[in-house]
Design a protein. Structure first.
Length: 295
């Protein structure tokens, strides 16, 4: 279990692309944001550890998708293996929402074909992180149905493959009790492997504009003040990373950690305040006043 323990549970997920990349999300913009949140680890949905990566934050590479076997093998060989040898990389995240047509979108049988190469790296491995990790349709699964994760774990266990963490995503409506119960069910369903909740946030999938989002910032902050301290106490939750919605996102505006000017929102300030030394965070942080946010 010690090998599976991250330096701290709180993580951060930001793209760290080269400045000027057509998709945005440059490291010049996002590294200061990562550092302002004071995470213990971070990932970028990619396998490359940039030279500017802070030495005191553990970078966890991800193999996002598996459409091209030769490219995946090249990433393992060129990006990941040398960093493992140097001690800079200690664990690997695998495919991102392979059950989602807009994400990695691959059958579980294809994911299994890559697993021996992942195992050969000799470091802890996280299962693919599904949009619907439980196989139960509810408000948190982005409308994605199916039993992808159940089928993958069943077959991985049958083949004797090593899966050290279960990756999970959650985008529910802000009920802490629902979140807590769902995480426990996922843990129980897949052999009591520790969870890595690599994306989670309160979301309103019916919202067509930021103003129409039913979950106000005060509700999200209240959820965070319950969920983060609870996760910090659970030995079976290895880590978590809040999804960085933009304040202009209709679905996730109230979960944004940064405002239009790049300053921390109240949710962002609370997320920052949770550390291994202060696992309950600053419970005195108040919600942003209405004028502090713009629709």
């Amino acid at each position: 279990m010690d090998q599976l323990r991250l330096p701290g549970k709180k993580g951060a997920c930001f793209a760290l692309r080269a400045p000027g990349h057509r998709l945005g999300g440059s490291w010049e913009t996002n590294l200061p944001r990562i550092e302002s949140l004071r995470p213990s680890w971070n990932y970028s949905w990619g396998s490359t550890r940039i030279e500017q990566q802070p030495a005191d934050i553990e970078f966890v590479p991800m193999i996002w998708g598996g459409w091209d076997k030769a490219k995946v093998e090249a990433r393992l060989r060129n990006d990941v293996a040398p960093l493992i040898e140097s001690g800079a990389v200690r664990r690997l995240l695998s495919f991102n929402e392979p059950d989602h047509k807009g994400q990695a979108n691959m059958p579980y049988t294809a994911a299994l074909e890559f697993w021996p190469a992942f195992e050969a790296l000799g470091i802890p491995l996280c299962s693919p992180a599904c949009a619907n990790p439980e196989g139960i349709d509810d408000e948190s699964v982005q409308g994605v149905s199916g039993t992808w994760m159940r089928d993958f774990i069943r077959e991985a266990d049958k083949r004797g493959y090593r899966v050290d963490y279960i990756g999970a995503h959650w985008y529910g409506g802000g009920s802490f009790e629902n979140f807590k119960a769902k995480m426990w069910r996922i843990y129980e369903k897949y052999g009591r492997r520790p969870l890595l909740i690599t994306e989670f946030a309160v979301a309103d999938w019916k919202a067509k504009s930021p103003a129409a989002n039913r979950h106000k910032p005060a509700k999200v902050l209240a959820f965070m003040k319950q969920a983060l301290p609870w996760m910090e106490k659970q030995e079976w939750i290895a880590g978590y990373a809040w999804f960085i919605f933009n304040v202009d996102s209709p679905v996730g505006t109230s979960s944004a950690l940064f405002d239009h000017e790049g300053n921390l929102t109240a949710c962002g300030r609370y997320y920052r305040s949770v550390t291994p030394e202060n696992p309950t965070g600053d419970q005195s942080i108040e919600p942003d006043p209405p004028w502090a946010r713009r629709d």
